[in-house]
Design a protein around this ligand. Structure first.
Ligand SMILES: [Mn+2]
Length: 336
């Protein structure tokens, strides 16, 4: 029996400006705190393997200090004898910034389709995987899998590590479900010889089954990265694997609560608007993330975000947005 901790989508560097223009609470530390909690759990519970399913970082160009803050705490974990597997995600453009820890004997990077055969507590395992395929994954998947080289006939336990959208995955407050498509791996594309599939990318934790019954596990993101995740419990999976049996439990992590309010469009004076906002803020935790949606474009002229932040608790994260339909940017509600 081996114990595996699986997490993904840590998005480190999210809201973590190196030289902030204005001083206010940032969400960046929340992500690093949960990251450290996960590493501590791996050590304290003596897991045999730790898997990161990709989107380690928030984007592909990462300041050196964030890279260091990310990799440095991995060293004591590796030194403790835990085997570590990392999948490059789409946010790091399928390539992780390199580090000396990549050369550690216990660190295994899926920098290309490849596999690692390791004897763990007497259990023969083959860990296969490849970096996020950004386009045409449905078409590319079989060739990538072949290049992984699982050795289909071996008796070893075969675990596939990915960072992809998979058919049947569900996301967002509206329960959007991924259907088969060119950028989605089909549920019938997983060969029977696989014992377990671990994937990042989808930010809601869930367990799917391949057509032939192989468990496909998404741990979700370690903190909320968008309002589409506001109802989701964040966390990671602890798995127990043996040749006869695979079981798992989900472990929740602390996550900041998210709230949205829309300002009444008929209210057009600063004082009254502020009163409405403060009334709403009273009802939510002091460390909530509050998104204020203007009801009318005029609200953006009347209210200043700096004034709002001054009036609301310092521990709260506050944003003021244009009315629905007038938003200048969009964010991917599903799987960024
Ligand atoms: Mn992600």
């Amino acid at each position: 029996m081996i114990k595996v901790l699986f997490f993904a989508d840590s998005h480190l560097g999210f809201d973590f400006p190196i030289r902030p223009r204005i001083h206010r609470r940032r969400r960046g530390w929340d992500f690093f705190k949960n990251y450290q909690l996960i590493l501590d759990t791996a050590v304290n519970e003596g897991v045999d393997a730790l898997v990161h399913g990709g989107d380690v970082f928030f984007r592909s160009k990462i300041p050196a200090s964030i890279i260091q803050k990310t990799y440095e705490p991995l060293l004591p974990v590796l030194e403790g004898g835990i085997q570590m597997f990392f999948v490059p995600g789409n946010h790091e453009r399928s390539r992780l910034p390199s580090s000396p820890i990549f050369h550690h004997n216990n660190f295994h990077l899926f920098d290309r389709p490849r596999s690692f055969s390791i004897d763990m507590n007497g259990l023969e395992t083959i860990w296969g995987g490849f970096p996020n395929i950004r386009n045409q994954v449905q078409k590319e998947f079989p060739a990538h899998l072949a290049q992984v080289g699982f050795g289909q006939d071996s008796e070893a336990l075969k675990i596939l590590c990915l960072h992809q959208a998979i058919e049947d995955a569900v996301v967002g407050v509206q329960d959007y479900t991924f259907r088969k498509g060119s950028d989605v791996v089909g549920i019938d594309q997983f060969p029977t010889y696989l014992n377990l599939v671990l994937s990042g990318h989808i930010h809601r934790q869930q367990v799917l089954r391949s057509r032939t019954g192989t468990p496909i596990i998404y741990p979700g993101s370690i903190e909320r990265t968008s309002f589409a995740e506001r109802l989701e419990t964040k966390g990671f999976f602890m798995l127990h694997l043996s040749k006869e049996d695979i079981h798992w439990e989900f472990r929740p992590l602390p996550a900041r609560s998210m709230h949205e309010m829309t300002l009444p469009s008929n209210l057009l004076d600063g004082q009254n608007l502020m009163r409405v906002i403060l009334e709403q803020a009273e009802k939510i935790p002091d460390d909530a993330i509050l998104r204020i949606r203007s009801g009318a474009e005029k609200h953006l002229e009347i209210l200043r975000i700096a004034d709002l932040r001054k009036e609301l608790p310092e521990s709260m994260n506050v944003d003021l947005l244009p009315p629905v339909g007038k938003t200048r940017y969009t964010w991917s509600a599903y799987s960024d």
